[in-house]
Design a protein around this ligand. Structure first.
Ligand SMILES: NC(=O)C1=CN([C@@H]2O[C@H](COP(=O)(O)OP(=O)(O)OC[C@H]3O[C@@H](n4cnc5c(N)ncnc54)[C@H](O)[C@@H]3O)[C@@H](O)[C@H]2O)C=CC1
Ligand SMILES: O=P(O)(O)OC[C@H]1O[C@](O)(CO)[C@@H](O)[C@@H]1O
Length: 382
């Protein structure tokens, strides 16, 4: 079996690429970072530091790399069995053109072996969104062939992989937590289901996607935003701050109450899931900056993402959302010189003020109580 993975970054090298290579699949990374590409092609292996209890260094072997903007992509997509991505939601549209060209070549060359494409991003049904971008870029004459021979498989991906502290001396070294979860929608595969240790198959993906995105990512984002406001540098420092921990736990419980209503989760097991997440945030072996976890605040404040979607759920089921409101207000205070979305947020706040900014970014109703509550909390924050 052969795989092409877009995005040789933290999750690419530290999680998805590692699982594929460990399963004995011949793996090619596609990226745009020339330093990483050159190092992968020079060494064909890299170290993954798994930290926590039973810490160890694992070497991922037998990998190579291509530039994702080159024509190498087209030939690879015509021949591989699996395509995966971990590039960030905003990059999916950019890689869709290359994937479309590859599918056209695959069809023209008569390759009818099943191909499955799996986006591994923090998004609800990210692969389905990638599919739309690919179909937009693909000439109509290839659409029926693509429907017949290509599976677009949605997934949920969970492993905390911050940029490695050793990254400046070794561009390939990556540090990961012990925990990992990769869950894919088994109803969307083309051909036989693959057996890849570490990849779990489900026919109930939405429950897993929402459970992860609206618990871990909701709590993580709020830890980052409140942590930055309180002057903490890392997620660990922030979650050990009792005032922040209480709000973060409260927000995950508010979001959890929605998930329990919507998907019938067991309340006790969900409480354990929240406790496990809090302990993962405390991981003393990971240095995860609040600035990284809060990155791209406009995406994180959008209607379908980890702050607003759970809040909309609380409105739907008439449930409390006090802590989620504090998290949203804190997100509006996020600042980063490195992050264009943080600059844009500041520009919007200067031009429109907090109420209109929130309405524009989140799609919440201008006259709603929840918007008024966020604006009040926003002004009350330092
Ligand atoms: N880091 C983490 O702990 C987790 C991240 N995720 C998700 O995984 C995705 C990737 O996140 P990270 O690995 O943290 O980011 P990252 O920034 O470490 O990696 C992204 C990689 O994509 C590459 N890239 C950018 N444009 C590209 C293009 N046009 N073609 C090919 N490669 C391109 C970058 O050079 C970089 O190597 C995001 O959607 C994130 O939300 C999900 C779960 C955990
Ligand atoms: O990668 P995003 O969507 O910007 O958000 C950062 C989040 O992703 C992760 O990197 C992995 O789930 C978390 O650490 C964090 O909640």
């Amino acid at each position: 079996m052969k795989a092409l993975h877009f995005g040789a970054g933290n999750i690419g090298r530290g999680f998805i690429g590692k699982l594929l290579a460990d399963a004995g699949i011949e793996l090619v990374f596609a990226d745009v970072n020339q330093t990483v590409l050159d190092a992968l092609n020079a060494r064909h292996e890299y170290p993954v530091h798994v930290v926590g209890e039973n810490a160890q260094v694992e070497i991922v072997k037998g990998v190579s790399a291509v530039n994702s903007t080159s024509d190498d992509i087209v030939a690879l997509i015509a021949e591989v069995d699996i395509v995966t991505t971990a590039v960030g939601p905003q990059i999916l549209e950019r890689i869709a053109g290359g994937i479309a060209k590859g599918l056209a070549k695959r069809s023209d060359s008569g390759n009818v072996r099943p191909l499955n494409i799996i986006a591994c991003e923090n998004m609800v049904r990210g692969t389905s969104q990638l599919k739309q971008h690919v179909l937009n870029a693909l000439p109509q004459q290839y659409h029926a062939w693509t429907e017949q021979h290509v599976g677009f498989v949605d997934s949920a991906v969970d492993r905390i992989v911050p940029p490695s502290e050793a990254g400046s001396s070794d561009p390939l070294e990556v540090t990961v937590e012990t925990f990992s979860e990769w869950i894919v929608d088994k109803t969307q595969f083309n051909g036989p289901l693959p057996s890849i240790p570490g990849m779990e198959l489900t026919d109930n993906l939405m429950a897993f996607v929402e459970r992860k995105l609206f618990t871990l990512n909701t709590g993580h984002a709020i830890t980052a935003y409140l942590g930055q406001l309180a002057g903490h540098q890392t997620i660990r420092e922030a979650i050990l701050d009792e005032k922040i921990r209480t709000i973060v736990k409260g927000a995950m419980e508010e979001s959890g109450a929605v998930l329990i209503k919507r998907y019938g989760f067991d309340a006790g097991k969900h409480a354990d899931y929240i406790e496990k997440i809090l302990s993962r945030f405390e991981n003393p072996y990971l240095k995860d900056d609040v600035e990284r976890v809060g990155r791209q605040p406009l995406r994180k404040l959008s209607a379908g993402d980890r702050l607003i979607k759970p809040t909309l759920g609380t409105l739907e089921y008439h449930l409390p959302h006090t802590n989620l409101v504090l998290g949203i207000a804190a997100a509006m205070h996020y600042r980063s010189d490195q992050d264009p979305q943080a600059q844009e947020l500041v520009g919007l706040l200067d031009k429109l003020g907090p109420q209109a900014t929130l309405v524009q970014v989140s799609g919440l109703d201008a006259g709603s109580d929840v918007v008024a509550a966020v604006v009040k909390a926003y002004h009350a924050m330092p």
